[in-house]
Ligand binder design. Sequence first.
Ligand SMILES: Cc1cc2nc3c(=O)[nH]c(=O)nc-3n(C[C@H](O)[C@H](O)[C@H](O)COP(=O)(O)OP(=O)(O)OC[C@H]3O[C@@H](n4cnc5c(N)ncnc54)[C@H](O)[C@@H]3O)c2cc1C
Length: 487
Amino acid sequence: MESHACEILIVGAGFAGIGMAISLQKKGFSDIVVLERSERAGGTWRDNIYPGAACDVPSHLYSFSFEPNPRWSRMYSVQEEIFDYMTHCIEKYGLEKLIHYRQSANEFRFDQTTGYWFVTTDTRIYRAKYLINALGPLNRAVYPDIEGFSTFEGKVVHSSHWDSSYDFSNKKIAVIGTGASAIQLVPQLVNKAASLTLFQRTAPWVIPKDDREMKAWEKWLFATFPIFQLLLRWFIYWKNEGVVFFIIKHPTLSRWLEKLVTRFWQSQVKDPIMRAKIKPDFRIGCKRILPSNNYYKSLNNNNLSLICESITSVDKTGITTSDGKYITVDAIVCCTGFNAADFPTELKSSGIDGRTLAQQWQDGPYAYLGTVTNGFPNSFFLIGPNTGLGSNSMIFMMECQFPYIVDIISSTRESGAKYVQIKKQVEIDFNEKIQRSLATTVWQKGGCKSWYMDKAGKNTTLWPTYTFVYWWKTRKMNKADFEFVSA
Ligand SMILES: Cc1cc2nc3c(=O)[nH]c(=O)nc-3n(C[C@H](O)[C@H](O)[C@H](O)COP(=O)(O)OP(=O)(O)OC[C@H]3O[C@@H](n4cnc5c(N)ncnc54)[C@H](O)[C@@H]3O)c2cc1C
């Protein structure tokens, strides 16, 4: 096996890995390698190429603060434009030479004698002083676990593994799921399909999307006077932070919003039977609030049926539901999301004394500030446990982590320590606080079951409060929280 040594190894070349590499370079670090299992960078925005794929946080905020793009064509850009933006960042900051493509990290092992990490791919072993996991929270696709599913002989596709070569025109299509991807995809597919049967387990709250094309003068203004784009960025940011107060932390205050949204879908859908089916039965915000201007409208199409009965089985040609109905279909589109809450058990990672991450996280993933965990020194998680958001930009969270990680690495370098790790008690106290804080949020109290929770019902994915609190906590490394181990 070929071996390769570097100071800092980043695994994953999505927004997190790319942004981290840029931040490190800006601080003078150069001995960096980024491993990417795919043949291209881009993560989420490389994979999710289904029709209608777009961000649901406005692009002026859902982009790096250090690389504003005055040319965004819309408020909410589509996948292609976001992917192009990422490619631009890679080119501008000279990252191409750092990225090792088609290198899937399979095993991570910390050697406490030397203080180095050894990361194994199919063909190479990488040795690094610091390991940064930027594996991404939403790329382990979940397929429906339904009897006979594998026997279906038509086309099966997951929203995140789209097959552009398959022609959906005039096909009988089943779409399973009514989450974030489905509400973007269904309005696109329904116009092509001979019939579209949409299987819904829970009706989502869908709100109007303040999307529009950016005008030429706005782009000119942002390019000429960047302060105006910055003001827009901050306006969007604070508007989204309002969701934390009114919806997440004080769910009872959101009743007025529920009334407004109810008026919205009632204005869009006239059929009383359809209306009864799309009425959400949980507090708004308990599951991700989905912005769309065309989802509810698309439900009016004559070729669309919304099925609320559960699927009991699938056979070669179709789907049977719990009321005994059989629906013949040509294609099944799984909008069934990702496994975000559980530790990726396929990854082998061992830290001090050979303890594995799977053992450490058997009761659900946790980490201090979602970034470092005791027993796994000199290693970091970008968008680690409890750093996800229900309402704001994930890039904001990453941009809090970047300088925090740089600070820890710089301090360790300066100290000459063999390795540094978070103190166990600091991490325990932090996570108890996080879970206490989560207990009163809409995610826990709102009467829904969401992918934010792990199998045991513990919320291991979301940050419980305002994101500026996260910024405050990560703005500087508190050295007293860490244990420096000398050579
Ligand atoms: C359809 C969709 C829309 C979204 N819209 C928004 C939005 O509007 N706003 C928002 O804030 N968030 C949104 N998100 C969440 C989004 O995932 C994050 O915002 C962000 O893109 C995550 O970046 P990442 O780099 O952490 O992960 P990813 O983008 O998933 O990148 C991880 C990278 O790591 C690579 N990788 C994984 N495992 C390995 C391995 N073992 N070895 C080597 N490489 C590996 C992957 O191939 C991938 O390239 C959306 C997610 C989806 C799926």
